[in-house]
Design a protein around this ligand. Structure first.
Ligand code: SF4
Length: 479
């Protein structure tokens, strides 16, 4: 789905879902990537028999760090400063974005290179640069594609997954100075490499995210497959790291087990091509590296999640496995969520980054089938968190009145077994009135469902009715 940027908001979820479902080839484009990711992850788990043990270990590491967050943050700041970094604290997205923009302006930057970071999207950096006179260059291949297309990302690991190869060919031919006329992937990558190489070398400021922040050394760690993070952070004179405070781990010994989980869960790979630890500005005898390094630590709702009993969500290592296995994501894609973070993890995070009032529909879209929790490498109970958000949304009366009316009515009926059976029988008779050849394509009050698919005709009698009849028949036989 190529979404209009103005529509990319959580409050437009329902409208965006309708648009996504109306796109005939979107589902197959999404499944091409998510199904492959699913299979690769499954194979990676088979090839790593200690995976379950590693998950428990990963969960423990994250829980321990979250419990002592204050201590480890202070440690990280102390050690990062000792390495020569300038550490900034931002409690909101606006504050974080302003800190980054101010650093760039203080260096009279004309051009910045960015390596992929969802946090950068979360704090609105792309928007801030696009509204300034500083040129923003995305260097991750997928981010480069969506920058050319003017799209927001649709997945946290494969942000351009909604674009087909044909789209990429068209974009590169249109925007690259020296485009390839081949349709081979290797040549397309070469075209992007030629376009980006000079930009890496002429950038004033390099901006990266961090997969981990190591408290005992003050180092930041980035994980990439393309080497673009290294090219983003080394040639420019200034390097800025933006990272959420949940990226903290006590030490390298704690980052490594999480790395093993991250790469296997994200792409099915044992390890990524590049894992880089940044340790501040270049030292006197270093051949290259930035002269000035800043680390912007961002809260933006994370400490509120601790207070709101959503602390399990802070374990997230952004692997994307939950969305690759989500039936809803596979049908509607990432843009429909209207948030930087789509899928199951996004449906929990977005209400905290925006507000539950605007993002409560995402929590209701979940089928609660539990696949996301099954594959999450740090055991985040996503269905439980989604149910808790639904309960909060109900208490705060964010659901439309019609929903509230029907749910209240259902609760009253469900509490009275005799009435429930009577209503069930009447509903079956009513539904069968609209059935044609075993399918219902129209029925009053169900247009939300039947607009996109048919309902299957219900059995002639309810489960309870059939069960009681079976019991009676059994008794009759035994007599
Ligand atoms: S919630 Fe779990 S599966 Fe989803 S991105 Fe985070 S760590 Fe990965």
């Amino acid at each position: 789905m190529q979404i209009n940027k103005q529509d990319h908001k959580p409050e437009n979820f329902k409208k965006n879902v309708e648009k996504a479902l109306a796109q005939p080839d979107l589902k197959s484009i999404i499944r091409r990537t998510t199904d492959k990711a699913e299979n690769k992850r499954a194979q990676a788990v088979i090839d790593f028999p200690e995976f379950e043990k590693a998950r428990t270990q990963g969960q423990k590491i994250k829980d321990h760090t979250i419990k002592y967050m204050g201590h480890y943050l202070a440690e990280f700041e102390k050690h990062a400063a000792a390495q020569g970094n300038i550490v900034h604290w931002a409690s909101t997205a606006e504050e974080a974005s302003k800190i980054v923009m101010d650093i760039c302006r203080s260096h009279e930057a004309k051009k910045v290179t960015r390596s992929k970071s969802m946090l950068g999207e979360e704090i609105g950096l792309t928007h801030a640069f696009d509204n300034s006179d500083i040129e923003r260059i995305e260097t991750d291949l997928a981010e480069h594609i969506i920058q050319l297309a003017g799209d927001p990302p649709s997945h946290i690991v494969w942000p351009a997954m909604h674009r087909s190869r044909e789209d990429v060919i068209d974009l590169f031919r249109k925007f690259h100075k020296d485009p390839t006329y081949s349709e081979e992937i290797v040549d397309l990558v070469g075209s992007a490499r030629r376009d980006l190489r000079s930009k890496f070398l002429s950038s004033d400021v390099g901006i990266s995210g961090a997969n981990f922040l190591l408290a005992d050394s003050g180092s930041t760690c980035t994980v990439t497959n393309e080497g673009n993070a290294e090219l983003t952070t080394t040639p420019p004179k200034v390097h800025i790291v933006t990272a959420g405070i949940e990226k903290l781990v006590p030490s390298m010994a704690h980052a490594v087990p999480l790395l093993r989980l991250l790469t296997r869960s994200a792409t099915g790979a044992e390890i990524t091509q590049y894992i880089t630890f940044h340790n501040g500005p270049k030292r006197v005898n270093d051949a290259d590296g930035p002269e000035e390094c800043h680390i912007v630590l961002v809260d933006n709702g994370r400490t509120k999640m601790l207070a709101d009993n959503m602390r399990e969500m802070l374990r997230c290592i952004r692997c994307g496995a939950c969305m690759n296995h989500c039936v809803v994501y596979k049908h509607i894609g990432g843009h429909a969520y209207g948030s930087v973070y789509p899928g199951p993890m996004g449906s929990v995070l977005t209400p905290h980054l925006n507000s539950l009032e605007v993002a409560n529909k995402q929590t209701h879209a979940c089928t609660l089938n539990g696949r996301c929790e099954e594959v999450c490498p740090v055991n985040i109970p996503l269905p439980k968190l989604l149910r808790s958000l639904r309960a909060q949304s109900w208490e705060k009366k964010y659901e439309p009145l019609t929903n509230r009316f029907f749910v209240t009515a259902f609760a009253q009926v469900a509490k009275r077994p005799a009435l429930f059976q009577l209503v069930s029988r009447c509903s079956v008779i009513f539904m069968r009135l609209f059935s044609r050849k075993g399918w219902i394509s129209f029925m009053p009050m169900t247009s939300g469902w039947t607009r996109n698919r048919d309902l299957i005709e219900p059995e002639a009698s309810t489960f309870m009715h059939q069960y009681n009849k079976m019991q009676k028949d059994k008794k009759g036989v035994s007599k």
